[in-house]
Design a protein around this ligand. Sequence first.
Ligand code: NDP
Length: 282
Amino acid sequence: MIIDGKAIAAKVRAEVAQAVRDIEARARVKPGLALIRVGNDPASEIYVRGKVKACQETGMAGFEHILPEQTTEAELLALVRKLNVDPHVHGVLVQLPLPRQIDPGAVLDLLAPQKDVDGFGPHNAGALVTGRKGLRPCTPLGILRLLDEAQTRLEGAQALVVGRSNIVGKPVAMLLLERHATVTIAHSRTAALAEQVARADVLVAAIGKAEIIRGDWIKPGATVVDVGMNRNAAGKLTGDVEFARASERARAITPVPGGVGPMTIAYLLSNTIQAARAQLGL
Ligand code: NDP
């Protein structure tokens, strides 16, 4: 089975659009997401534009704040402080990376936990680890949804997450643990990665190195989610898993592009709904 992230993301967006109408009818306010971009990183420009467009398509309010490259940390913190108490704004996203003079930790520490729709701040990260309610990071939520849509048994399964970043690897491992998988986290110092992969019923690859996971390592019948987005010399996007050979052994697998990619924005919108409902007491 090829797991169709585009179709599943469209389903999530339709759920969000329905929730926007419901919230507007009950609370007479539109759910609102503020997006902050500092400087002109070309990838960030594309991401933020895509997020604003996605807000508009679901009927949500998207507030774009574009600040110059020389913005000081104090100036950015002042904007976050303002958005923290703005009643039209239910979610705030600060696009990373930030220019060198700004400490992203200081920004995440200040952001109101109930508006931290990326789930990267210390409050929500702590809530995830301790199993308390909170906003969970978007890409990991999207990955779990893909696994569920592909009817993957997680309870008791051997799950391998390759990558230990704060935005993908660690939180996805925590979500899998919450769902009672037996979770292993691999990284660049892991010895014998092939043997770890061969044991995995569920594999999540979040590395950022083209096709580093060979197709013939995959356990027959495994479910494979490839988070990697790597551009080769010809500009073609490939994942971290050697797709053609892996798909002959896997029970289900995500393609790149069209797998995890579309899920991240869909869950950013979904988190904004969750945040708006909580703030509006719905
Ligand atoms: P990071 O660079 O922060 O983390 C990469 C991880 O991979 C690190 O933990 C690193 O280990 C590990 N790693 C590197 N080389 C190897 C190796 N040879 N063997 C095993 N592990 C290795 O990346 P992110 O987590 O931010 O992103 C990972 C990938 O996912 C990227 O391609 C990114 O573009 C993509 N991505 C896609 C998203 C989407 O929406 N589809 C969203 C976010 C990311 P160590 O810690 O030891 O250095």
